[in-house]
Design a protein around this ligand. Sequence first.
Ligand code: NAD
Length: 299
Amino acid sequence: MNATLPTIAFIGLGNMGGPMAANLLKAGYALRVFDLVPASVEAAVAAGAQAANSARDAVKGAQVVISMLPASAHVEGLYLGENGILSTIEDGALVIDSSTIAPASARKVAQAAAARGLAMLDAPVSGGTAGAAAGTLTFIVGGSGNALERARPVLQAMGKNIFHMGDAGAGQVAKLCNNMALGVIMAATGEAIALGVANGLDASVLSQMMAVSTSRSWATEVCNPWPDVLPNAPASRGYTGGFGNDLMLKDLGLAAEAAMSVGASIPLGELARNLYAMNSRAGRGKLDFSSVVKLLAGE
Ligand code: NAD
């Protein structure tokens, strides 16, 4: 631990937050952590963090607060209201929410933080669980430039690329654009591989060819949806430990809301949203979103 670095409260130690917190510990930050799942807190404590009894307890004495929760309702519940942590965060602390949530929700929480005199950034990430573990995430940031400069060293301990998209909420808008494209590309890749396999092709050879051809993408090369094509992809471990189908479904719903708010048309995004909804109804909501390939393979 490096005593010259700010103390960080980290709330939400799931598939993404767990490895992100681990990288902050490796960089020498003192961490006060909280999650509703005790096993996740224990894993962070084993890596050197200090356990807090609640989120309100975690933010005591912290100069930076980071949250990494599933969706808008969790983030609003954490920060706002009588029991929200905005009322107990230390004066002058910097607040960073890295969850993917509705832009309107991000603006609402940032406004409430500003009313308390606290600077807040929406800083959703891209790079998946592998990027979180490797410390190579892309941070997609909304908020003031000054707050971003204060946050930069902390973000650099967890990521490789930082993009300032604009004011509060702009990080979330950009993240939704990225994830809508990702949802479409994953479904298209799964459909193509399932078609090849149904016509007698080997999924690995087909994927190797696609990875150096014009359809190449993260979905083919890093998170290939077909089991046993890539040993480290969620597909090769029963679709566990990745980016949940229901989280992708949430993001495509947020993209649809963003489209409706400006009258934009997103035909492929809407189609993809329906595919992930069907995959969820088939019982794969908690599995990695690449399990949508099972739907496309007729399972
Ligand atoms: P997750 O479900 O694995 O983790 C969320 C964690 O938040 C859980 O451990 C849960 O117990 C905890 N939590 C929920 N409410 C809480 C509360 N009030 N107080 C404390 N802890 C609470 O989700 P994840 O995959 O880590 O994703 C987190 C966010 O990052 C989501 O918004 C997701 O869309 C986004 N994201 C995920 C990925 C990915 O590949 N998994 C990639 C980029 C962005």
